[in-house]
Design a protein around this ligand. Structure first.
Ligand SMILES: [Zn+2]
Length: 255
């Protein structure tokens, strides 16, 4: 029996793995931060045998309320994700699983990979009314990418849509994928009507560093970007917010 988290957005720590009816795990803190909640790991084991997995120490996690009524997300092929009924006793999340295959992934929410993020950006930019622009680079040297839909014109509104300042909220980028698919669909009359009245500035992932590192809430150096809009700095650590705020101040001129 082995547990792995050595992949993009992987996060787990093994406490005890001697007994398959009592596999004990912990979530690692975001780098330089006290926050933890996102997990993502792979179990390699014998199929068709029952396992009990416990994630410990959740009373001190970033949002303990979030574990109430929560069910773990799992996948055999990293494509289709399904829920596994889970129980939370106030500190430990437990679930039973009878793997159908020898290798199985588990995560807090369905992961949204960096590769899929790049696919999304480049699918969008093949449409004539969409442009892709790199606003700058993050501390981990990832691209801060902006998609602009429509041309600025007098009377048009500027609308900004950003997602995943908190990188563990992967559902936000799944939402972005749906939004962008509608914005590039020329038969979508609602989206077309919106684009006649507004230019949309879309940042599908505000925090690629945190996403790739398997963080819940912060960037590469433990900064919560959601708290940095007042006075983001480029040099220090909040440069994702800094780039986007500079760009939004210049309205449509992002260079
Ligand atoms: Zn959030």
């Amino acid at each position: 029996m082995k547990i792995f988290s050595n992949f993009e957005s992987g996060n787990i720590e093994v406490v005890s793995i001697e007994n398959r009816d009592d596999i004990q795990l912990k979530i690692q803190n975001d780098n330089q931060s006290e926050f933890y909640q996102w997990f993502h790991f792979r179990l390699e084991t014998q199929a068709e045998q029952s396992h009990t997995i416990k994630i410990l120490d959740l009373a001190k996690s970033a949002y303990p309320e979030g574990w109430k009524g929560y069910d773990v997300v799992a996948s055999y092929d990293r494509e289709e994700w399904f829920r596994i009924p889970s129980e939370f006793d106030g500190d430990t999340l437990s679930f039973h699983v009878l793997p159908e295959r020898g290798s199985m992934y588990f995560a807090y929410f369905a992961p949204y990979s960096y590769d899929r993020h790049l696919d999304l950006l480049h699918m969008a930019q093949t449409e004539h009314h969409c442009t892709l622009e790199t606003l700058g680079h993050t501390l981990d040297n990832n691209d801060m990418s902006l998609l602009t839909f429509g041309e600025p014109e007098e009377g048009k509104k500027n609308i900004w849509v950003i997602a995943r300042q908190h990188p563990g909220e992967t559902m936000a980028e799944w939402f972005m994928e749906g939004l962008i698919q509608r914005l590039v669909d020329e038969t979508d009359t609602t989206a077309q009507a919106l684009l006649e009245k507004a230019v949309l500035y879309v940042v599908p992932n505000m925090n690629p560093d945190g996403a790739n590192r398997g963080h819940l809430r912060t960037n590469a150096v433990g900064v919560n970007l959601n708290r940095e809009w007042q006075s983001p700095s480029k040099e220090k650590s909040q440069r994702c917010s800094w780039y986007v705020r500079r760009c939004s101040k210049q309205a449509s001129i992002c260079s």
